[in-house]
Design a protein around this ligand. Structure first.
Ligand code: FAD
Ligand code: UDP
Length: 368
């Protein structure tokens, strides 16, 4: 593969790499893609187990307000009508998410939006939070102390390995707070999961590209760079620069996946979050429910969050002030590269959802 010359080398077959590949190919460019994993798709990869598409790297629900992005993904595969409505389990009690009238009723027995608002206002005033500076203050000011203690504090501490008072406020603002009886986890206009799984989506995007798996860019960097005019890099930005200024921090996740034979329905929902701090996992995913599966068996994954250590897969960038300062230094180096373009969750060190990754790839390719 390295004897030929390509217009682009794309490092990573995740969503950013795949969207870039599709759009560049359409413009007539030749493309070589590599991935260090033995499969395509990055973290959206799904694997078929007994007819169930297992989300190998965690639950992935596509949602966007951007019609162009929605039409774009649906042009490859049809998306179903899946609407994410996780249930939270705290010490044996179940609550609906995101925070809405169902949650407020389950928490306090309040039946009207006015009663719920009063309850939250009362709890918020006790804490005197005016302009929230961190996740704890933001959470209390949005939903009050009870919901913070029961549904947020333990879960967040497990997921991020840090206290809520040490985390940026924006993380909790990802979740809607609603005074209607509506358990839809997202506010976006469009939402769903691809029929047939995300791997199929990625396969369709990269059709016709020259793809090589199980190749780490850094093991063959010189030869690979020499065979392409330009490089799109979607791996960790700090690694690209040899950790010159030190390591950026990431959260890693490990998944304990189990096939339960002759269990048709294990938990009745695709996602159940365990929000107490004692349960070691953050959530259990039952994959068949993403596609309304009726198979006789089921597959579940327990998700454990941990600090990233060299050798682990990096999943979530830790966007606190310290890491963002370090990232800014790497970004300056990246911006100075003429031939290499950095994109995606790891290369831009951003907590991007899938639709944002697609928008970014579209923006980047428009410049070529
Ligand atoms: P990645 O998918 O990480 O792809 C990068 C690729 O580059 C990987 O395949 C990697 O192997 C490869 N690579 C890296 N370094 C090298 C190297 N040196 N040599 C060769 N190859 C290399 N988004 C949503 O919209 N909805 C959700 O419900 C959702 N749930 C999520 C749940 C979890 C647990 C996680 C972690 C993320 C979730 N996301 C969700 C976000 C979504 O996964 C990302 O937005 C998207 O996958 C990012 O795509 P990417 O191409 O930037 O990165
Ligand atoms: N969160 C929480 N309790 C929950 C679910 C989410 O406190 O039951 C908080 C937690 O801090 C998390 C953030 O909300 O990091 C965003 O949640 P989301 O589900 O968007 O996280 P992701 O899907 O990216 O893991």
């Amino acid at each position: 593969m390295m004897n030929e010359k390509y217009d682009f080398l794309i490092v990573g077959t995740g969503l950013f790499g795949a969207v870039s590949a599709y759009l560049l190919k359409k413009k007539g460019y030749s493309i070589l893609m590599i991935d260090k994993r033995d499969h395509i798709g990055g973290n959206v990869y799904t694997e078929n187990v007994r007819g169930i598409n297992v989300h190998k790297y965690g639950a992935h629900i596509f949602h966007t307000d951007n019609k162009e992005v929605w039409q774009f993904v649906n042009s490859f595969v049809e998306f179903n009508r899946y609407t994410n409505s996780p249930v939270a389990c705290y010490k044996g009690h179940l609550y609906n998410l995101p925070f809405n009238m169902n949650t407020f009723y389950q928490m306090w027995g309040v039946k009207t939006p006015e009663e719920a608002r009063k309850k939250i206002e009362g709890q918020k005033n006790e804490y005197h939070v005016n302009s929230p500076q961190n996740l704890e203050e933001q959470a209390i000011s949005l939903v009050g102390k009870d919901i913070y203690e029961i549904l947020i504090k333990g879960y967040t501490q497990k997921q991020w390995g840090r206290k809520c008072s040490e985390l940026p406020a924006f993380i909790i603002k990802r979740l809607p707070v609603r005074f209607t009886f509506d358990n839809n986890y997202f506010n976006d206009k469009y939402q769903g999961v691809p029929n047939g799984g995300y791997t199929l989506l990625i396969e369709k995007m990269i059709e016709g590209c020259n793809v090589h798996l199980s190749i780490d860019y850094f093991d063959h960097k010189e030869e690979l760079d020499a065979c392409a005019n330009r490089v799109i890099y979607t791996g960790e930005i700090d690694k690209y620069f040899g950790y010159k200024y030190g390591h950026l921090q990431y959260r890693s996740v490990s998944f304990e996946t189990e096939l339960l034979e002759n269990v048709e329905n294990y938990q009745g929902n695709a996602v159940v979050n365990y929000t107490d701090v004692e349960t070691p996992y953050t959530r259990i995913i039952e994959h068949k429910h993403f596609e309304y599966g009726t198979q006789p068996d089921t597959v579940i994954s327990r998700e454990y969050s941990k600090e990233w250590l060299p050798g682990d897969e990096p999943y979530y960038p830790v966007n606190d002030d310290k890491n963002m300062e370090l990232y800014a230094k790497y970004k300056a180096l990246a911006d100075a590269q003429e031939k290499v373009f950095f994109g995606g969750r790891l290369a831009e060190y951003k907590y991007y959802d899938m639709h944002k990754v697609i928008e970014r790839a579209m923006e980047m390719v428009a410049h070529f």
